[in-house]
Design a protein around this ligand. Structure first.
Ligand SMILES: Cc1cc2nc3c(=O)[nH]c(=O)nc-3n(C[C@H](O)[C@H](O)[C@H](O)COP(=O)(O)OP(=O)(O)OC[C@H]3O[C@@H](n4cnc5c(N)ncnc54)[C@H](O)[C@@H]3O)c2cc1C
Length: 247
Protein backbone atom coordinates (compact mmCIF):
# COMPACT_ATOMS: atom_id res chain seq x y z
CA UNK A 1 0.00 0.00 0.00
CA UNK A 2 1.26 3.49 -0.82
CA UNK A 3 0.27 6.37 1.42
CA UNK A 4 -0.26 9.86 0.07
CA UNK A 5 0.57 12.77 2.26
CA UNK A 6 -2.70 14.06 3.64
CA UNK A 7 -1.69 17.59 4.49
CA UNK A 8 0.84 18.07 1.73
CA UNK A 9 -0.63 16.19 -1.18
CA UNK A 10 1.21 16.51 -4.46
CA UNK A 11 -2.11 17.74 -5.89
CA UNK A 12 -2.18 20.72 -3.58
CA UNK A 13 -0.18 23.90 -4.04
CA UNK A 14 2.63 24.01 -1.50
CA UNK A 15 2.18 27.19 0.47
CA UNK A 16 4.12 26.38 3.60
CA UNK A 17 6.34 23.46 4.47
CA UNK A 18 4.00 20.91 6.05
CA UNK A 19 5.46 17.48 6.20
CA UNK A 20 3.11 15.36 8.26
CA UNK A 21 1.40 12.29 6.90
CA UNK A 22 -0.92 12.34 9.89
CA UNK A 23 -1.32 13.88 13.31
CA UNK A 24 -0.35 10.82 15.32
CA UNK A 25 1.62 7.72 14.40
CA UNK A 26 0.60 4.72 16.48
CA UNK A 27 2.84 1.65 16.38
CA UNK A 28 0.84 -1.42 17.42
CA UNK A 29 -2.62 -2.57 16.41
CA UNK A 30 -3.34 -4.77 19.43
CA UNK A 31 -5.75 -3.40 22.01
CA UNK A 32 -4.33 -0.07 23.05
CA UNK A 33 -3.32 1.25 19.62
CA UNK A 34 -6.73 0.94 17.93
CA UNK A 35 -8.59 2.07 21.07
CA UNK A 36 -6.45 5.19 21.24
CA UNK A 37 -6.88 5.84 17.50
CA UNK A 38 -10.68 5.69 17.85
CA UNK A 39 -10.63 8.04 20.85
CA UNK A 40 -8.33 10.44 19.01
CA UNK A 41 -10.62 10.35 15.97
CA UNK A 42 -13.55 11.37 18.18
CA UNK A 43 -11.46 14.35 19.26
CA UNK A 44 -10.75 15.24 15.62
CA UNK A 45 -7.21 13.88 15.27
CA UNK A 46 -6.00 11.76 12.37
CA UNK A 47 -3.80 8.76 13.03
CA UNK A 48 -1.99 5.96 11.27
CA UNK A 49 -2.05 2.63 13.13
CA UNK A 50 0.75 0.29 12.08
CA UNK A 51 0.81 -3.40 12.96
CA UNK A 52 3.30 -6.10 12.11
CA UNK A 53 0.75 -8.90 11.70
CA UNK A 54 -1.39 -9.47 8.63
CA UNK A 55 -5.07 -8.61 8.89
CA UNK A 56 -6.32 -12.19 8.21
CA UNK A 57 -4.04 -13.44 10.98
CA UNK A 58 -5.30 -10.85 13.46
CA UNK A 59 -8.92 -11.59 12.57
CA UNK A 60 -8.58 -15.37 12.75
CA UNK A 61 -10.54 -17.20 15.45
CA UNK A 62 -7.44 -18.95 16.75
CA UNK A 63 -5.11 -15.92 16.72
CA UNK A 64 -5.30 -15.36 20.45
CA UNK A 65 -7.40 -17.54 22.72
CA UNK A 66 -7.35 -15.22 25.69
CA UNK A 67 -10.43 -13.69 27.27
CA UNK A 68 -10.33 -10.34 29.05
CA UNK A 69 -11.96 -9.40 32.28
CA UNK A 70 -13.18 -5.92 31.44
CA UNK A 71 -13.66 -3.61 34.39
CA UNK A 72 -16.69 -1.33 34.23
CA UNK A 73 -14.51 1.64 33.29
CA UNK A 74 -13.14 -0.28 30.29
CA UNK A 75 -16.64 -1.32 29.26
CA UNK A 76 -17.82 2.28 29.49
CA UNK A 77 -14.91 3.39 27.36
CA UNK A 78 -15.76 0.80 24.68
CA UNK A 79 -19.37 1.98 24.78
CA UNK A 80 -18.29 5.62 24.44
CA UNK A 81 -16.24 4.65 21.38
CA UNK A 82 -19.26 2.94 19.83
CA UNK A 83 -17.78 -0.55 20.12
CA UNK A 84 -20.10 -2.07 22.68
CA UNK A 85 -22.90 -2.56 20.18
CA UNK A 86 -20.54 -4.84 18.22
CA UNK A 87 -19.17 -6.86 21.15
CA UNK A 88 -21.71 -6.56 23.98
CA UNK A 89 -23.69 -9.54 22.74
CA UNK A 90 -20.61 -11.74 23.06
CA UNK A 91 -19.69 -10.55 26.56
CA UNK A 92 -20.44 -12.43 29.76
CA UNK A 93 -21.57 -10.13 32.60
CA UNK A 94 -19.72 -10.81 35.85
CA UNK A 95 -22.31 -11.14 38.58
CA UNK A 96 -20.00 -12.30 41.39
CA UNK A 97 -16.28 -12.44 42.12
CA UNK A 98 -14.80 -14.94 44.55
CA UNK A 99 -11.14 -14.47 45.43
CA UNK A 100 -9.21 -16.93 47.56
CA UNK A 101 -5.60 -17.86 48.19
CA UNK A 102 -3.65 -20.82 49.43
CA UNK A 103 -0.19 -22.33 49.63
CA UNK A 104 1.25 -24.57 46.96
CA UNK A 105 0.77 -28.16 47.99
CA UNK A 106 -1.78 -27.33 50.69
CA UNK A 107 -4.77 -26.34 48.59
CA UNK A 108 -7.05 -23.34 48.87
CA UNK A 109 -7.70 -21.49 52.12
CA UNK A 110 -11.25 -21.96 53.47
CA UNK A 111 -11.92 -18.19 53.56
CA UNK A 112 -12.49 -16.13 50.46
CA UNK A 113 -13.52 -12.62 49.49
CA UNK A 114 -16.92 -12.42 47.89
CA UNK A 115 -18.20 -9.49 45.81
CA UNK A 116 -21.70 -9.42 44.39
CA UNK A 117 -23.13 -7.25 41.65
CA UNK A 118 -26.42 -7.18 43.57
CA UNK A 119 -24.69 -4.87 46.09
CA UNK A 120 -23.92 -2.34 43.37
CA UNK A 121 -26.35 0.04 41.74
CA UNK A 122 -24.67 0.01 38.37
CA UNK A 123 -25.23 -3.61 37.43
CA UNK A 124 -22.59 -6.20 36.49
CA UNK A 125 -19.15 -5.81 38.08
CA UNK A 126 -17.53 -6.14 34.69
CA UNK A 127 -17.59 -8.41 31.66
CA UNK A 128 -15.60 -11.31 30.28
CA UNK A 129 -14.91 -10.89 26.58
CA UNK A 130 -12.89 -13.06 24.24
CA UNK A 131 -10.03 -11.39 22.44
CA UNK A 132 -11.22 -12.49 19.00
CA UNK A 133 -14.46 -10.48 19.25
CA UNK A 134 -12.82 -7.36 20.61
CA UNK A 135 -9.94 -7.47 18.12
CA UNK A 136 -12.26 -7.86 15.12
CA UNK A 137 -14.51 -5.03 16.33
CA UNK A 138 -11.49 -2.75 16.77
CA UNK A 139 -10.23 -3.51 13.27
CA UNK A 140 -13.67 -2.98 11.72
CA UNK A 141 -14.13 0.31 13.58
CA UNK A 142 -10.72 1.56 12.46
CA UNK A 143 -11.41 0.61 8.85
CA UNK A 144 -14.74 2.46 8.95
CA UNK A 145 -13.23 5.64 10.37
CA UNK A 146 -11.96 8.11 7.79
CA UNK A 147 -9.59 9.72 10.28
CA UNK A 148 -7.71 6.45 10.77
CA UNK A 149 -5.33 4.81 8.32
CA UNK A 150 -4.75 1.21 9.27
CA UNK A 151 -1.62 -0.55 8.02
CA UNK A 152 -1.31 -4.30 8.59
CA UNK A 153 1.68 -6.45 7.74
CA UNK A 154 3.96 -3.45 8.29
CA UNK A 155 6.88 -3.61 10.67
CA UNK A 156 8.32 -0.44 12.16
CA UNK A 157 12.08 -0.81 12.17
CA UNK A 158 13.32 2.60 13.12
CA UNK A 159 12.21 6.03 14.31
CA UNK A 160 13.55 9.53 14.42
CA UNK A 161 12.34 12.65 16.19
CA UNK A 162 13.23 16.06 14.82
CA UNK A 163 11.97 19.56 15.48
CA UNK A 164 8.96 19.26 13.20
CA UNK A 165 7.91 15.66 13.40
CA UNK A 166 8.30 12.10 14.52
CA UNK A 167 9.21 9.74 11.71
CA UNK A 168 9.06 5.97 11.51
CA UNK A 169 10.76 3.76 8.96
CA UNK A 170 8.94 0.62 7.87
CA UNK A 171 10.62 -2.63 6.83
CA UNK A 172 9.78 -1.90 3.18
CA UNK A 173 11.64 1.41 3.42
CA UNK A 174 8.52 3.60 3.55
CA UNK A 175 8.80 6.60 5.87
CA UNK A 176 5.85 8.12 7.69
CA UNK A 177 5.80 11.38 9.59
CA UNK A 178 3.45 12.56 12.31
CA UNK A 179 3.30 15.22 15.00
CA UNK A 180 3.46 12.60 17.73
CA UNK A 181 4.62 9.00 17.93
CA UNK A 182 2.85 6.55 20.24
CA UNK A 183 4.33 3.18 21.13
CA UNK A 184 1.49 0.69 21.60
CA UNK A 185 3.69 -2.16 20.49
CA UNK A 186 3.36 -4.39 23.51
CA UNK A 187 5.49 -5.28 26.48
CA UNK A 188 8.71 -5.57 24.45
CA UNK A 189 8.06 -2.15 22.91
CA UNK A 190 10.66 -1.27 20.29
CA UNK A 191 9.36 2.31 20.22
CA UNK A 192 10.11 2.70 23.93
CA UNK A 193 13.53 1.04 23.60
CA UNK A 194 14.54 3.27 20.68
CA UNK A 195 13.32 6.34 22.59
CA UNK A 196 15.52 5.33 25.52
CA UNK A 197 12.53 4.84 27.83
CA UNK A 198 13.67 2.44 30.50
CA UNK A 199 11.47 0.03 32.40
CA UNK A 200 11.90 -1.90 35.56
CA UNK A 201 10.85 -5.53 35.69
CA UNK A 202 11.66 -8.78 37.37
CA UNK A 203 11.29 -12.46 36.74
CA UNK A 204 9.04 -14.43 39.07
CA UNK A 205 10.76 -17.69 38.15
CA UNK A 206 7.34 -19.13 37.42
CA UNK A 207 5.79 -21.06 34.60
CA UNK A 208 2.19 -20.32 33.68
CA UNK A 209 -0.35 -22.43 31.89
CA UNK A 210 -3.06 -20.43 30.13
CA UNK A 211 -6.04 -22.36 28.85
CA UNK A 212 -9.76 -22.20 28.17
CA UNK A 213 -11.89 -24.58 30.17
CA UNK A 214 -15.28 -25.86 29.12
CA UNK A 215 -17.63 -25.98 32.09
CA UNK A 216 -19.61 -29.08 32.85
CA UNK A 217 -22.02 -27.06 35.00
CA UNK A 218 -23.23 -23.48 34.45
CA UNK A 219 -20.88 -20.85 35.91
CA UNK A 220 -23.69 -18.35 36.67
CA UNK A 221 -21.40 -15.44 35.86
CA UNK A 222 -19.12 -16.08 38.86
CA UNK A 223 -15.50 -15.06 38.38
CA UNK A 224 -13.10 -17.08 40.51
CA UNK A 225 -9.63 -15.78 41.32
CA UNK A 226 -7.18 -18.06 43.07
CA UNK A 227 -3.84 -16.73 44.27
CA UNK A 228 -1.30 -19.41 45.20
CA UNK A 229 1.60 -18.60 47.49
CA UNK A 230 4.76 -20.58 47.95
CA UNK A 231 4.76 -22.52 51.17
CA UNK A 232 6.36 -20.79 54.16
CA UNK A 233 9.85 -22.20 54.60
CA UNK A 234 10.40 -22.50 50.87
CA UNK A 235 13.65 -20.56 50.39
CA UNK A 236 12.31 -19.22 47.11
CA UNK A 237 9.44 -17.62 49.04
CA UNK A 238 11.75 -15.22 50.91
CA UNK A 239 10.70 -11.65 50.21
CA UNK A 240 7.85 -12.78 48.00
CA UNK A 241 4.23 -13.22 48.77
CA UNK A 242 1.55 -14.53 46.48
CA UNK A 243 2.77 -15.50 43.07
CA UNK A 244 0.25 -17.20 40.88
CA UNK A 245 -3.16 -16.05 39.87
CA UNK A 246 -5.78 -18.28 38.47
CA UNK A 247 -8.86 -16.58 37.06
C1 LIG B 1 -3.20 -14.70 29.17
C2 LIG B 1 -3.45 -13.22 29.35
C3 LIG B 1 -4.65 -12.81 29.91
C4 LIG B 1 -4.90 -11.45 30.07
N1 LIG B 1 -6.07 -11.07 30.63
C5 LIG B 1 -6.35 -9.76 30.77
C6 LIG B 1 -7.59 -9.35 31.36
O1 LIG B 1 -8.39 -10.17 31.77
N2 LIG B 1 -7.87 -8.02 31.44
C7 LIG B 1 -6.97 -7.09 30.98
O2 LIG B 1 -7.25 -5.89 31.07
N3 LIG B 1 -5.76 -7.46 30.46
C8 LIG B 1 -5.44 -8.75 30.36
N4 LIG B 1 -4.22 -9.14 29.84
C9 LIG B 1 -3.28 -8.11 29.46
C10 LIG B 1 -3.61 -7.57 28.08
O3 LIG B 1 -3.69 -8.62 27.15
C11 LIG B 1 -2.50 -6.60 27.66
O4 LIG B 1 -2.38 -5.60 28.63
C12 LIG B 1 -2.87 -5.96 26.33
O5 LIG B 1 -2.96 -6.93 25.31
C13 LIG B 1 -1.83 -4.96 25.94
O6 LIG B 1 -2.29 -4.36 24.75
P1 LIG B 1 -1.32 -3.55 23.83
O7 LIG B 1 -2.14 -3.01 22.71
O8 LIG B 1 -0.54 -2.58 24.64
O9 LIG B 1 -0.25 -4.62 23.30
P2 LIG B 1 -0.48 -5.92 22.45
O10 LIG B 1 -1.87 -6.42 22.54
O11 LIG B 1 0.65 -6.83 22.82
O12 LIG B 1 -0.27 -5.42 20.95
C14 LIG B 1 0.98 -4.98 20.49
C15 LIG B 1 0.91 -4.98 18.98
O13 LIG B 1 2.07 -4.32 18.49
C16 LIG B 1 2.47 -4.95 17.30
N5 LIG B 1 3.90 -4.67 17.12
C17 LIG B 1 4.92 -5.00 17.95
N6 LIG B 1 6.08 -4.56 17.43
C18 LIG B 1 5.78 -3.94 16.26
C19 LIG B 1 6.56 -3.28 15.25
N7 LIG B 1 7.89 -3.16 15.36
N8 LIG B 1 5.95 -2.79 14.17
C20 LIG B 1 4.57 -2.88 14.06
N9 LIG B 1 3.79 -3.48 14.97
C21 LIG B 1 4.39 -4.01 16.06
C22 LIG B 1 2.19 -6.43 17.52
O14 LIG B 1 1.98 -7.10 16.28
C23 LIG B 1 0.90 -6.38 18.36
O15 LIG B 1 -0.27 -6.53 17.57
C24 LIG B 1 -3.94 -10.50 29.67
C25 LIG B 1 -2.73 -10.92 29.11
C26 LIG B 1 -2.48 -12.28 28.95
C27 LIG B 1 -1.16 -12.72 28.35
Amino acid sequence: MTLCRVDNSINWPIITRMTHDTDILIVGGGLNGPTLALALAQAGFRSIVIDANTRPKREADDFDGRAYALARASQKMLAALGLWTAVGGQAQPISEIKASDGHAGRGAAPQFLHFQAAEMEEGPMGYMLEDRYLRRALIAAMEANEKITHLSDSIVQDQRIDEDAAEVVLADGQRLRGRLLVGADGRASGVAARAGIRRQGWDYGQTALVCAVEHELPHHGVRIIFIACRAAGDPAAAGQSCLNRLE
